[in-house]
Design a protein around this ligand. Structure first.
Ligand code: HEM
Length: 222
């Protein structure tokens, strides 16, 4: 049970929030640096490594973390997603955290940017800038992953636009204020307090070490 008074519900733990805004910042920086030309290529590469570390951490936290962070708590079957959509205006009485549709949106919003960043490790512009793992693959595979890296970014952008529009729709049509809880961790009202993982600092450290190792591997030149 959370420690806050019952009128405030601790809905997103610190690690979920740090990952969320960290990934958003990494994607913004990757986009900006990609537009700047080759002098910014190291910034572009490091924003990609940061996204890989943060998303890896979030995936581990989806197994080890507190209730609202866990995939097992928020991934719903198709029946619940359809029922949720049918009664969208009223809202379904799920306890707290991601609703049945939002849970799948979270998975897509983690998976597509991860695929984008990982494909960049193998990509090359054939002149001045290559990802560190580009020498590990043949030129056919590198071409394929380079074009995937270029195409996927449009999908990432489209998903982010849909994500922000969906959040605005919750505010406009249902009166749900979702942004503040993703900043402060707390939402107003609600009877159910989600549980926080025991020894969460130790678990976060463990997940951080593994995610950092993945990032180092990603950054390592062949
Ligand atoms: C590159 C940009 C972004 C990405 C990749 C992204 C990704 C995600 C992901 C993966 C989640 C699920 C949280 C989790 O369980 O870890 C989420 C939730 C959320 N995001 Fe974003 N996000 C982005 C930008 C934004 C922006 C600009 C806003 C503010 C308008 C925002 C507001 C939120 C909110 C309020 C939630 C919680 C929704 C709920 O209550 O279910 N996000 N986002």
């Amino acid at each position: 049970m959370g420690r806050s008074p019952s009128s405030r519900v601790y809905v997103w733990d610190l690690w979920v929030r740090l990952c969320h805004w960290g990934v958003a910042a990494a994607i913004a920086l990757a986009w900006f640096s990609a537009e700047q030309g080759v002098e910014w290529s190291q910034v572009h590469a490091w924003s990609g490594y940061a996204a890989i570390v943060l998303i890896t951490f979030r995936v581990l936290w989806g197994v080890l973390g507190s209730e609202t962070a866990r995939f097992s708590q928020f991934l719903a079957g198709p029946g619940r997603v359809v029922a949720y959509l049918r009664h969208w205006r009223q809202g379904e009485p799920h306890r707290v955290g991601h609703n049945p549709l939002g849970g799948w949106a979270a998975v897509v919003l983690l998976a597509v940017p991860l695929a984008q960043a990982v494909s960049g490790l193998f990509a090359t512009d054939d002149i001045l800038f290559s990802g560190p793992l580009n020498p590990w693959v043949g030129s056919g595979t590198a071409d394929l992953l380079t074009s995937l890296h270029n195409q996927l970014f449009n999908l990432v952008l489209a998903l982010v636009v849909i994500h922000v529009l969906a959040i605005a729709a919750y505010r406009l049509f249902r009166g749900d204020r979702l942004v503040k809880p993703m900043i402060t961790g707390y939402k107003d009202g609600g009877a159910y307090q989600p549980w926080i993982a025991p020894a969460r600092r130790a678990l976060a450290l463990l997940a951080g070490v593994v995610a950092a190792l993945v990032g180092l591997l990603a950054a390592a030149s062949a």
